[in-house]
Design a binder for this molecule. Sequence first.
Ligand code: DP6
Length: 322
Amino acid sequence: MRASSQAQPNIALVKYWGKRDVAGNLPDTGSISVTLDSLWTRMHVAFDAAARNDVLLVNGVEAPAMLPRVKQCINDLCGPGRPSVVVRSDCNFPIAAGLASSASSFAALVVAVCAALDRKVSPLQMARVAGRASGSAARSLFGGFVELQVEGDAIVVDSIATPEAWSLIVTVAITETGAKKMPSGAAMQLGKNTSPFYKEWVARQPRDLDAAREAIAARDFGALAAVAESNCLKMHSVTWSSRPPIVYWNAATLCCLESVRRLQDRGVPAFFTIDAGPQVKVISEREAADETMAALRATPGVVDVMQSTLGSGARLLDTGWQ
Ligand code: DP6
């Protein structure tokens, strides 16, 4: 009745932004991401028939505000009449700040719950349950380069290249450690309902997915950089043009973009992407990792920089509950 798991966040190169169906949390668009390695969420789950209530601890502190989403995800897997559960989540990076902590959390949660209850569930099924809790979480079940497609009323997710197939480096510039301005789900709905660019964003997504998939297959860094930067700025054009507008960036976010441009002007293989927060993620070829790190560290307003190779999907840990 106990299990521990680990999942890493993933960074979308072709973004999910907008929902076809809010109740089922079904995305309006496919997406392509890379799963990280050294940023992680570790999830410890213990079912206890004698306990009266579910409990969630995040980094050692009770987190009642996040409990309903966690309960819902567990209920999705277990159905009614399950025993109470204690869930302990530990994370080695800032949560709710645009670093995809919900992705690694829900991916790790479904893996631990299935193991604790001895349920044999395929990775795709686990991805579907995690995706109902948080769309991007479905991708953290898989490692390396991961594509999520929406087929009818279900998602299909799989790895399209292993982490070893193309050893890119992701450098994350933290420009603010507080919670994000507006949770992504609410911002997506606002964009869908009010941005004049939303329909066009959805319509053009298949082209970006094709371009990114081809670039990954051919290990064509320039082509991947072009489509990922453009896709990111299109997503943010939807948020900027929502009413009221949502600007996730701060001054340091823009300074980071300038630093990336300067690297590119010197021929350094690096490109940026930004999610629903002010942090900037820079993807580079392995040989450019140190230069990218140094450039971001020297960028005004950057408070911390983290770096990761690409990693594997969510997995069980055999360390057990401690
Ligand atoms: C900008 O997966 O956090 O990171 O399904 O509402 O939980 P919910 O949204 P979430 O959105 C991720 C948005 C993004 C882009 C991406 O990861 O594809």
